[in-house]
Structure formats: C-alpha cells, structure tokens
Design a protein around this ligand. Structure first.
Ligand code: NAG
Ligand code: NAG
Ligand code: NAG
Length: 503
C-alpha cells in the first residue's frame, strides 16, 4: 500500500493505550499503542533477565530479541518483523524492513522497544517480542492501533473545491460517534459543513478553513482516540473580489497572489492565465510561470476606459485550477469645457469611477506647481488649505482665474484609505496677456486683446515692408494662421485698422 503524503501532517493527540516509559520487570502483556498513519510509533518493551539481574554480564552477551507480528489475514500465523541475534546481527523482514528499528544498545540496556516509522494503516495488529537470555525466554506483547485521516480529493487542497475529511481506525469495536474540531472549537455541521457517517464535508473551503482540524472517535468499548490534521488550503491572498483603482492613462498592476508558495505543496508546474471581458470581446494573457513566486500580476502599461471591468486570473497548479475574479476601476476626470479653458469661464470638473463599490468618496486638491509655495500654503493658512481641498466628486470653479492654473488632483478614498488618484492639468488660454493687470474681464476683453495684438503685428509688418527689410520665412505662415483662427468680424476690424494705421 502506498503511503499517502497528507498523512505526514497528522499528529496524534491522545491515546488510551498505556505506554510504559520506564523499565518494567514484569512481562508486558496487553499493551495498546495508538499511532496515526504516517507518523512514528513506538511499541514499548523493557526487559531484563530475571535470574541474573544486571550483574550477569557474560550471560547478557548471549541475549537476542525477535519481534514478530500476527498476520493480518491469518491471525494465528506469526511473521518475523525484526531479529537481533546475540552476535548483534540484525535481520528485518519485508515489507516492514526499511521502517522498523530497535536501539543499537537494546541488548545491553534492556530497551527492546520497536520503532515503526512511518506507520502504515496495514501495520495495525498484535506484535510480540521474544527476548532470550541464554535459556531464559521473556516476552512483550503490544497491540498497535492505527488511526487515519483521509482527505478527498487529496492534496493540494484548493479553495472552493468541496473537501471531505474522514477519520477511521483499525480498532475493531463499533464506532459510536465522530466529533470534529477546528482550532479547538467544535464544528457545527450546518451551513458550509456537513457530516455523513462521521465524514466531514466542507462544501466551499476558504483560506480561513486552514489550520488545525481534529477528529475524535469514540467506540462502544469507551475507547476514545483523537487525531489532529494541519490543513493547508491553497488559495489567494487578499479579499475575494478585489478592486484595483487606476487613473486613466497611468499604468496598473492587477494583483494575483497565492497564499502559499506552490512548491510547499510539491507543485512545480504553475501556469497563469489572465482574461478580460469587455464589450463582448475576450482578451487573454499568459503570465510567465515562476515556481519560486506566489505573485502572478497582470501589468497594464497604459490604462484606458476600455480596460476597465472584470478580470479573471486563473492559476493552474498541478492538475487543478484556481481562479479569482477582480475589477479594474478606472478613475477619470471629465471637464465641462474640452480643451483650453479661457479665464473667467465657469468650469466643472467631474471625477468618476468606471466601477464603484459604493463606499468610495472623492477629494479634490489643487497641487501648486511650485512645491515651496504649496508647503507655505499648508503651513501658514488653514483657510487657504480648505480652499484648495474639496470633498465630493465635482469640483466647481465659478470663474477660472490665474490662481487656478496648475494640477488638480482627484483622490479616491475608501474605508481602507486612499485607493487612487487622477490628475487634471488646468491651463488658461491667453495666459501671457492675462498675467498683466487686467481691468476688464470676460470673453469680450479677450476678443479686444486679440484684435489689439493682431493690430500690433500688422503695424510691425507694415513698418518692416516700408523699411524693405526681408521677412523671415515664417512670417507669411503666421499671417495665414491668423487668418484661419480669427473670426470674420475680427477680420473686418483688422482691415479697417490696417487702413487707419496707414494714415
Ligand atoms: C527505548 O528505545 C526507543 C527507540 O527504540 C527510544 O525512543 C526510547 O526513548 C527508549 N526508551 C528509554 C526509556 O530510553
Ligand atoms: C481507513 O480508510 C482508508 C480508506 O478507506 C483505508 O485506506 C485505511 O486503511 C483505513 N485505515 C485504517 C486504520 O483502517
Ligand atoms: C522568480 O521570482 C523570484 C521572487 O519573486 C525572483 O527572485 C526570481 O528572479 C524570479 N525568476 C524568474 C526566472 O523570473
């Protein structure tokens, strides 16, 4: 029978059989030893010759031990397990040969205990040690009982895959009840847990179901045995439906992290597959496998609105697959005015999330271009600071002025803190003009200014022509640009004023 690897994690907690730790002068009969499958068992046998005590040294040199067991199928047959001849020659019989031992000093110190490591379920049975001191023969008799915890399906246990935990033992008496404990708390077989003939089922195991599980078997003869199993569940780190926040235009890393290194489960083949559904279109990525890592993130170099939405990270470990869904929420700023904003205009900046969980809130902040100025603002005036930090998704600037120029940052906060931020660069058209003290405001002023500016240019042009100075190649191009951008009314004005300046 093949030894199941999960058994390596079992720990026997309690047993009813008596183990004599000290040397016993009387013959050891009817001892019971419980061992969990996969662990090490010690079948005690402490003997010393009755007649000679510890003084009969030469006689002790003629001591030998023979461990035998009753056949499982034919209980009357005795099979040799291990023999140590008085010469020190050891003989061990298959199939237990590599797993049985007695102390090298056994013949001298009287500790003939048999060690079986690891124990298999079919090792259960009655064992007899026959110790021969010349002509005197003494014996020990030990019953080995094996208790087993079985996982179905076997390792690795992965989250969301229904799991069955069962306990059985080699004890012949009828089983009265099986109780289960998780981290020392009794398991109530309701909800995600069910129990059938002592088998515990965990319908949707999660990472939180990891830890110490213990089954306690009670038999009709009042024998009680309990076995502990350290359950490791391979799953994902972090919350179940994580949301990653990223500003439109920025890079994003979607996390996909396992709670354990796959190699700790003996898994050396890991494949990761990412998929994204958007607009009825399925995008796929395969992430390079790295056995020495638990992280399998998806890197998006530039996040666009089309990248928002549901993603799925599927990790194939061995012959099983774990998958986790997550959402990429893109943070955007929508200004009420597209393109450059003119001074004095009413501007509304709307910060929004493509996917909201409902608990997010927004904060607007004006990041001054000069960092020293910003520090000063924060340090000196709370009023000013309050002006520059606003909560809510909408930032309203009733009259855009020079002091509003710069970077506006919209941060998204959640109960866990800052989730992400997006920036909006506010630029005002005609900034050079408006930097001089302005008396008038509004679009009319702007139109006038532009006219005056063009006028000035035309004057320079006229003067230049008069002085027969060669024009740079770029000058006619500028004229063309002016002609294209200036409204028709202004063109009229321009013609009139040109005539005026000629006078
Ligand atoms: C007897 O031998 C076993 C190994 O076979 C050892 O584990 C155990 O501690 C020994 N007992 C004493 C009392 O020394
Ligand atoms: C317990 O049950 C398993 C599976 O049915 C079996 O392989 C094992 O031998 C049993 N263990 C004992 C101690 O009887
Ligand atoms: C695998 O991941 C580990 C830890 O993250 C890193 O040190 C190592 O360089 C990676 N190996 C490859 C081949 O990417």
């Amino acid at each position: 029978m093949k030894l199941a690897s999960p058994m390596l994690f079992f720990t026997l907690l309690a047993f009813n059989g008596n183990i004599l730790q000290g040397a016993a002068e009387v013959e050891n009969r009817g001892q019971k030893v419980w061992a969990r499958e996969g662990s090490s068992a010690l079948l005690p046998c402490y003997l010393s010759p009755r007649k000679y005590g510890k003084s009969g040294k030469q006689l002790l040199d003629r001591t030998s031990v023979l461990w035998k067991r009753h056949g499982a199928s034919a209980p009357h047959e005795l099979h040799v397990v291990l023999e140590v001849e008085y010469t020190g020659l050891r003989k061990m019989a298959l199939p237990m040969r590599p797993r049985v031992s007695v102390l090298d000093s056994a013949l001298r110190n009287g500790n003939f205990s048999l060690r079986i490591n690891p124990v298999r379920s079919d090792d259960a049975g009655l064992y007899k040690a026959q110790v021969t001191y010349n002509t005197e023969i003494r014996s020990c008799q030990v019953e080995l009982r094996v208790v087993t915890v079985t996982l179905s399906p076997p390792r690795p246990v992965i989250e969301n895959e229904p799991l069955l935990l069962s306990c059985n033992s080699s004890h012949q008496a009828s089983l009265v009840e099986t109780c289960w404990f998780h981290n020392a708390h009794p398991v109530l077989t309701s909800g995600d847990f069910c129990s059938l003939h002592g088998t515990l089922c965990i319908l949707r195991p999660t990472v939180s179901d990891s830890g110490s599980w213990r089954c306690q078997l009670r038999y009709a003869d009042n024998e009680v045995v309990s076995v502990k199993h350290n359950l490791q569940i391979l799953g994902f780190d972090g919350p179940t439906n994580p949301v990653t926040y990223a500003a439109a235009g920025s890079a994003a890393d979607l996390p996909c992290t396992l709670n354990h290194l796959p190699s700790t489960f003996g898994i050396h083949v890991v494949k990761t597959h990412w998929s994204h559904f958007a607009g009825g279109r399925l995008q796929n990525w395969s992430v390079l496998q790295n056995q020495s890592s638990r992280h399998f993130p998806l890197h998006l170099a530039t996040v666009g609105l089309g990248d928002a939405g549901r993603y799925s990270c599927a990790i194939t470990v061995g012959n099983k697959m774990l998958s986790r869904d997550m959402t990429l929420a893109v943070i955007t700023v929508t200004p009420s005015i597209q393109g450059p904003v003119s001074e004095g205009s009413h501007l509304l900046l709307i910060c929004s999330l493509t996917h909201s969980q409902g608990h997010e809130y927004f904060q607007w902040k004006h990041l001054s271009s000069a960092s020293a100025d910003k520090k000063l603002t924060v340090a000196t005036s709370h009023k000013l600071k309050d002006h520059r930090v606003q909560t809510g998704p909408n930032l309203e600037i009733p009259q855009v002025s020079q002091k509003d120029v710069g970077i506006w940052e919209c941060s998204v906060y959640g109960p866990e803190g800052r989730l992400g931020a997006v920036e909006y660069g506010l630029q005002i058209t005609g900034a050079q003009v408006s930097s001089s003290p302005t008396i008038f405001s509004g679009q009319v002023t702007f139109g006038l200014m532009l006219t005056l500016f063009i006028l000035l240019m035309v004057c320079i042009l006229a003067l230049g022509l008069q002085k027969r100075v060669r024009l740079p190649a770029s000058f006619p191009a500028l004229e063309q640009m002016v002609a294209v951008t200036v409204p028709k009314e202004m063109e009229k004005n321009q013609k009139e004023t040109t005539q005026q300046t000629k006078c």
